[in-house]
Design a protein around this ligand. Structure first.
Ligand code: HEC
Ligand code: HEC
Length: 217
C-alpha cells in the first residue's frame, strides 16, 4: 500500500515536476500550426479578432479573399508591404513564421472565411493600376463626398486626404478599402457599385494629395 503510494507520488512528480511527457511538452513557437492560434498571435492585433478588422482592413470576407487570392496573401505575409505597417513575417529576425505556418494561415483563412462569393465580386481585379486623378476627383464627389466631404477633408467620416494618413498606406490598400469597405466602421464597399477603373481613378486622386502634402507642408 505504502509502496504503491510512493510509486504514485513518484509518478505524479514525474508528470508534475519532472520532464514533461511528449504530449505535455510546451510547443515551441515555430511548431505551432493551429490556424486560430497563429492568427490570434500574429495578425489579430492589427486585423481584428477573427479577422473582423481593427486598425487595418478585415480579412474575414469571402469576397476579399477570392479577389485577393491565396498567392497574393501568401506573398504579403512572407514579404510584408514595404513602406507600410504590414510586416514581413519571414524577414523579421525576432520570431519569423515558417513556411508551414504561413501555409496554415493562408489555408485557414480560406477555410474559415472563404465560401460563397457574391456576383459583384467575381472576376474583379485586385491589383491597383494607374488611374486618372482628375476623373477620380469627380468620382469622389459622386460616391464619397457625402461622408468624407467634397475635398476629402472629412464630414461625417474622417479625412482621407491628409498627408499623414496617406504616408502610412499604399495605393493598393486604398483600392482594397474602396472595393471591400470597412463595414465594421461604417465604410461601405464599392465593389458592387462602381467599376475597376473608377476605383483606380479615385486612388490616383487621393494619392495626389500625398505629393502635394510632401512639397507644400
Ligand atoms: C456612408 C459613408 C461613407 C461613404 C459613402 C464612404 N466612406 Fe470611406 N469611410 C467611412 C467611415 C465611417 C470610415 C471609418 C473611418 C472614419 O470615420 O473616417 C471610412 C474610412 C475610409 C478610409 C480609411 C480606411 C482605412 O482602413 O484606412 C478610406 C481610405 C475611405 N474611407 C475612402 C472612401 C472613398 C474613396 C469613398 C468613395 C468611393 C468612401 N470612403 C465612401 C464612411 C464612408
Ligand atoms: C502591425 C500591424 C499588422 C500586423 C501584425 C499584420 N498586418 Fe496585415 N496589414 C497591416 C497594414 C497596416 C496593412 C495595409 C498596408 C498597406 O497600406 O498596403 C496590412 C495589409 C494586409 C493585407 C493586404 C490588404 C490589402 O491591401 O488588400 C493582408 C492580406 C494582410 N495584411 C494580412 C495579414 C495577415 C494574414 C497577418 C498575420 C500573419 C497580418 N496581416 C499581420 C498591418 C498589419
Amino acid at each position: 500500500m505504502i509502496r504503491t503510494l510512493v510509486m504514485l507520488l513518484c509518478s505524479l512528480c514525474v508528470i508534475g515536476c519532472g520532464k514533461p511527457t511528449p504530449s505535455e511538452r510546451s510547443v515551441r513557437p515555430s511548431e505551432v500550426l493551429d490556424f486560430d492560434t497563429l492568427f490570434a498571435q500574429r495578425c489579430a492585433g492589427c486585423h481584428g479578432n477573427n479577422g473582423a478588422g481593427s486598425g487595418a482592413i478585415a480579412l474575414h470576407d469571402s469576397s476579399y479573399l477570392s479577389v485577393a487570392g491565396k498567392f497574393t496573401i501568401r506573398d504579403l505575409i512572407t514579404n510584408g508591404r514595404e513602406g507600410t505597417l504590414m510586416p514581413s513575417f519571414q524577414s523579421n529576425t525576432g520570431n519569423p513564421l515558417t513556411d508551414a505556418q504561413i501555409d496554415s494561415i493562408v489555408i485557414g483563412m480560406s477555410e474559415h472565411w472563404g465560401g460563397d462569393v457574391p456576383p459583384f465580386a467575381r472576376g474583379r481585379r485586385y491589383e491597383v493600376q494607374q488611374g486618372d486623378a482628375s476623373k477620380g476627383r469627380g468620382a469622389f464627389a459622386d460616391l464619397c463626398a457625402h461622408c468624407h466631404g467634397q475635398d476629402g477633408l472629412g464630414n461625417e467620416a474622417g479625412s482621407v486626404v491628409s498627408p499623414e494618413y496617406l504616408a502610412l498606406v499604399s495605393p493598393q490598400y486604398l483600392r482594397s478599402v474602396i472595393l471591400f469597405g470597412r463595414p465594421e466602421l461604417g465604410m461601405p464597399q464599392f465593389a458592387g457599385k462602381t467599376d475597376d477603373q473608377t476605383i483606380d481613378d479615385i486612388v490616383a486622386w487621393l494619392q495626389s494629395h500625398k505629393k502635394a502634402g510632401a512639397t507644400s507642408k
